[in-house]
Design a protein around this ligand. Structure first.
Ligand code: SAH
Length: 266
């Protein structure tokens, strides 16, 4: 039944032209969050260039394609961005349909824009295929509304990478001052500095926080804590990346309906 439904929709999917690069998002991890458009691109690609946050099972949808892994391997540094740019340009110049597949959405802390610049500069046609970004997947799977009338009027997606390092620092105090919820990507390593900066910026120490590890994946873990206790709670639970930090009153409502959340059946 499912296969038939996909087939009925497939004829309306765009054709992948030779020599083009599609910069696509694979969603937060589990393959069920792939879009039909990305599935169609996998079926047509000659080359798939993918990184660590893509579930390798996704590649089974592209048995005809050559695969190029450009993510981190344990103990080794990640592939330099310049090498990735050069690889996709070379493959496209060779006439391949190149699918550059990233976790989540390619343009949410995904360097999609940098690769687009390299492609445009090299005269290679490209387009973006959106994916479900980790924040919205994690909020949904843990039962937290991204926006909630009467509670919030905005939501900020921020990166915690380099937080507390000085230089290129995000102004956490100004973010805190909006009173609106914040979802921090790559924030686990700097959680103590980030939560301290938000409290210093005026957010109440009791502001609810959800720490969400490996949303949609087998290692999924959710911790509900508050700004004052978040860093300690994360350390005590030995939370690992990938993880998101959700700060704000939108987290609180989950408590009212948590017992009624329908579990995902494998
Ligand atoms: N382009 C991606 C983000 C890449 S940055 C996207 O749109 O989702 C990598 C960070 O994303 C991780 O450090 C983590 O903060 C977050 N992330 C990605 N997948 C996740 C998942 N399944 N669960 C929780 N956080 C995730």
């Amino acid at each position: 039944m499912l296969a038939a439904a996909v087939q009925r929709l497939a004829p309306s999917l765009p054709v992948f032209p030779a020599g083009h690069v599609w910069l696509a998002g694979a969603g937060p991890g589990d393959t069920r969050h792939l879009t039909l458009e990305v599935l169609g691109a996998l079926a047509q690609a000659d080359a798939v260039v993918y990184d660590a946050l893509v579930d390798p099972a996704v590649l089974r949808a592209a048995p005809q394609a050559a695969t190029h892994y450009v993510g981190k391997r344990a103990g080794e540094p990640s592939t330099p961005q310049a090498d990735i740019n050069a690889l996709i340009v070379r493959l496209a110049r060779g006439g391949a349909r190149v699918l550059r597949l990233k976790g989540g959405d390619p343009n949410v802390f995904g360097r999609g824009g940098e690769e687009a610049q390299a492609l445009a500069g090299a005269g290679i046609p490209f387009r973006f295929l959106p994916g479900l970004t980790a924040a919205f997947a994690a909020l949904a799977t843990t039962g937290i509304p991204a926006t909630l009338r009467g509670t919030s009027k905005a939501i900020t997606l921020a990166t915690g990478h380099g937080a507390g390092d000085g230089d290129d620092e995000l102004d956490w105090a100004r973010l805190a001052a909006t009173g609106q919820p914040i979802v921090v990507y790559m924030g686990l390593a700097r959680l103590a500095a980030i939560t301290a900066a938000l409290i210093a910026g005026g957010r109440a120490p009791q502001t609810p926080v959800a720490l969400i590890q490996s949303a949609t994946l087998p290692g999924e873990k959710v911790l509900i804590t508050d700004l004052a206790g978040a860093a300690e709670a994360a350390a005590a639970a030995r939370l690992r990346t990938p993880a998101l930090v959700v700060v704000g009153d939108i987290v609180r409502v989950r408590g009212a309906w948590q017992a009624r959340l329908s579990a995902v059946q494998p």
